[in-house]
Design a protein around this ligand. Structure first.
Ligand code: SAM
Length: 273
């Protein structure tokens, strides 16, 4: 008697919630709208719910990155007749997306991401710069709201500034827990991130910008004057046209960059003294 492949039990530590709703799956694929000839990369194919329609739409060419080794044999069997299907076994957090792009066209990255690593994974992908054409992710709804937030609201924070510094962010639609097995405890949503071809507000020193943003949001209720005490005084903020009594969640990306670029120049001048 032929032995059956073992039934896969969803693993919590790999953030496994498998998509089951065909309506949601086809809506995601329509939002991505892959075309033959594009370089499509799926993070966490799992049991292939998105992989299959993506392969179809992309003319049989798709690369996937999967960490759970137990899922790899199933994927190989399921897609054995697609020579353009490539599996990278490993951790997407450590994956070199620039190397994968190589000299070829930029990558379109998609994935129903494990929620426990979605923020560091997005940060990792944002570092890959022009290696990426766009990204479509299923994330916890709250994370999508933070990514796509506008200044002034409660959701505007470090993640919003970091993402919108590099990308156009669009919140596309909400996906309820019933679309998955097992069901997550929270709503999910699909987000599209499109890296700017040219940064609208380039920072002279990006590491300085991001550490400034981290500090500014250190205590959201405090004013900039207090949160940025060790970095910049109230007079200098005023000279930059920024009221020191404002709270960090009211600042735009451009204003954060304005402060960071002032500090980059001021630091440089000090260094030359
Ligand atoms: C939420 S499930 C989605 C599975 C499938 N794409 C679907 O929609 O049904 C997340 C997938 O990412 C995989 N995964 C978890 N951590 C990963 C990592 N660090 N790198 C790559 N894949 C990972 C999991 O094993 C799982 O297959």
């Amino acid at each position: 008697m032929a032995s059956r492949p073992p039934v896969h039990r969803a693993r919590k530590r790999f953030g496994q919630n498998f998509l089951r709703d065909p309506g949601v799956i086809s809506r995601i694929v329509r939002a991505i709208a892959p075309r033959p000839g594009e370089r499509l990369v799926e993070i966490g194919p799992g049991q292939g719910a998105l992989t299959e329609p993506l392969l179809e739409a992309a003319d049989g060419h798709l690369e996937v990155i999967e960490l759970d080794r137990d899922l790899i044999p199933g994927l190989r069997v399921q897609f054995f007749n697609h020579p353009g299907f490539v599996i990278h076994e490993g951790d997407a957090l450590k994956f070199d997306f620039r190397a994968l792009r190589g000299e070829g066209q930029p990558l379109r990255v998609v994935g129903n991401l494990p929620y426990n690593i979605s923020t560091p994974l997005i940060a990792h992908l944002l570092q890959a710069g022009d290696a990426i054409a766009d990204m479509h992710f299923m994330l916890q709804k709250e994370v999508v709201e933070r990514l796509a937030a506008a200044p002034g609201g409660a959701d505007w924070g470090r993640l919003s500034v970091m993402a919108q510094y590099r990308c156009r962010v669009e919140s596309l639609f909400v996906v309820p827990p019933e679309a998955f097995v097992p069901r997550p405890k929270v709503d999910s949503a699909i987000v599209r991130l499109t890296p700017h071809a040219e940064l609208p507000h380039p920072a002279a020193d990006e590491a300085l910008l991001f550490s400034l943003v981290r500090e500014a949001f250190g205590q959201r209720r405090k004013t900039l004057r207090n949160n940025l005490k060790g970095r910049i005084d109230a007079e200098s903020l005023e000279a930059l046209g920024i009221d020191p009594s404002r709270r960090p969640q009211t600042l735009t990306v451009e204003e954060f960059v304005r402060i960071a670029n002032h500090l980059a120049v001021a630091g440089g001048e000090e260094g030359h003294r």
